[in-house]
Write a protein that binds this ligand. Structure first.
Ligand code: SF4
Ligand code: SF4
Length: 396
């Protein structure tokens, strides 16, 4: 069998491309499954709405993903680069176009035009994580993209085109910060692609591994920072050695010496512990987040007063935000030192994502002052009522 790893890589690459370009089209409760809405500064995440004031959850999620990447790099080296990095995926998927650039002016022009179209599609794919793809396509067909979306698309498309037409794998070795960071994360037990030193006497010096390498490395000379772990050399050597009934001289090895197997070691355990801690924090934050945000302050335009029947009234401003994708009904109540108080209005209905400031009157029939607790109960889930309580200062 001449090729063993590349079919799996192609499967992973195509799945990743379909996922990245297709995800913005997926909707949950009528909203993009994953999109940061710029006008409302809200992240839509599979049915959840995360407004800007909840971005600490996104920050924790990013920290978790960063440490997970550090851990995976310590254990499995540049597995991300070879299998999932969008840069590698697009370069591999456009490799046949790039090759036609070397054969004549017409082919070169056709190749560059194809890359320009693909760059425009990729740039649109990036924008769809900020603007709904359905709205984007509708506005594009109507010729009404607007200057912000239009210019963002144009700039992204040009940068993407220059990257894939001029830089390609040079980006990985020169610009990519993750590639630079990897050197510090590798140890002598990290998974790498390397030749087997014990079997190099079997090498036919056919140079098939060097010719197959997209970045022009001779892996027999040892590890290189430019290696993107594409495993092309493994399959190239497997093809040559397979004719002799032998295995590839190049393969995945835990450490160049190949004897350092095992995932458990101190630095990896430390990274795993930090990753697990951020995951636990993320889960706690995600499962305890409130669907409705409530802030209460004294109404500056309504002074406390005593009515003719001796009741003490006080005005408050409730600032409420519906962070969910559903209509939410809030039941308001308040309580003073002597028991329940009259609250007007006692019900607020909020549309999905709606933010509203509501003037609320609290009346104490006994005319007694004191601290007041205002509660907002979410009626959408009677089994699990959400209660938001705030202790208000006695304003008089
Ligand atoms: S040496 Fe070249 S062909 Fe082999 S994995 Fe690295 S980049 Fe790919
Ligand atoms: S492909 Fe294999 S046999 Fe040929 S030069 Fe490379 S390591 Fe040696």
């Amino acid at each position: 069998m001449s090729s063993r790893i590349q079919p799996w890589r192609w499967t992973a690459k195509i799945a990743q491309a379909v996922l990245v370009l297709g995800l913005p089209f997926l909707t949950v409760d009528g909203e993009s499954a994953l999109r940061f809405d710029v006008p409302s500064l809200t992240l839509h995440f599979f049915g959840a709405r995360l407004p800007m004031d909840e971005f600490f959850i996104v920050l924790v999620a990013l920290l978790f993903l960063s440490f997970l990447l550090v851990l995976l790099t310590m254990l499995f080296g540049r597995i991300w680069c070879g299998w999932l990095c969008p840069q590698t995926v697009v370069i591999d998927l456009t490799r046949f176009i790039d090759r036609t650039r070397r054969s004549g002016l017409l082919s070169r022009a056709a190749s560059l035009a194809s890359l320009a179209v693909i760059s425009a599609l990729l740039a649109a794919g990036i924008l769809w994580y900020f603007v709904s793809p359905y709205a984007f396509v509708a506005r594009l067909l109507a010729g009404d993209l607007g200057p912000v979306i239009g210019w963002s698309w144009a700039v992204l498309a040009v940068v993407t085109f220059l990257n894939f037409a001029a830089l390609r794998h040079t980006f990985c070795a020169t610009v990519c910060p993750y590639a630079k960071m990897q050197g510090a994360l590798f140890d002598d037990r990290t998974l790498v692609i390397a030749s087997d030193p014990a079997r190099m006497g079997e090498c036919m010096h056919c140079d098939a591994c060097v010719k197959a390498c997209p970045v022009g490395i001779d892996i027999r000379e040892g590890l290189s920072a430019a290696c993107i772990n594409c495993a092309e050399c493994i399959d190239a050597c497997a093809g040559k050695m397979g004719r002799r009934g032998l295995r590839s001289l190049i393969g995945y090895r835990f450490g160049i010496a190949g004897g350092g197997g095992g995932l458990v070691r101190r630095n990896a355990m430390l990274a795993a512990a930090v990753t697990a801690a951020f995951l636990a924090l993320l889960l706690v934050l995600a499962f305890n987040r409130s669907l409705v945000d409530l802030e209460v302050s004294a109404d500056p335009f309504l002074r406390p007063s005593i009515t003719d029947d001796g009741a003490l009234t006080n005005g408050y401003i409730l600032s409420v935000s519906n962070r969910s994708q559903d209509r939410q009904e809030l039941a308001l109540s308040s309580e003073g030192p002597a028991g329940p108080l009259v609250t007007e209005p006692d019900r607020i209905v909020l549309e999905p994502g709606e933010h509203r400031r509501v003037a609320v009157m609290v009346r104490s029939p006994q005319g007694r002052a004191g601290s007041v607790t205002v509660s907002a109960r979410l009626r959408s889930d009677p089994q699990r009522p959400l209660v938001k309580e705030l202790k208000l200062q006695d304003p008089w």
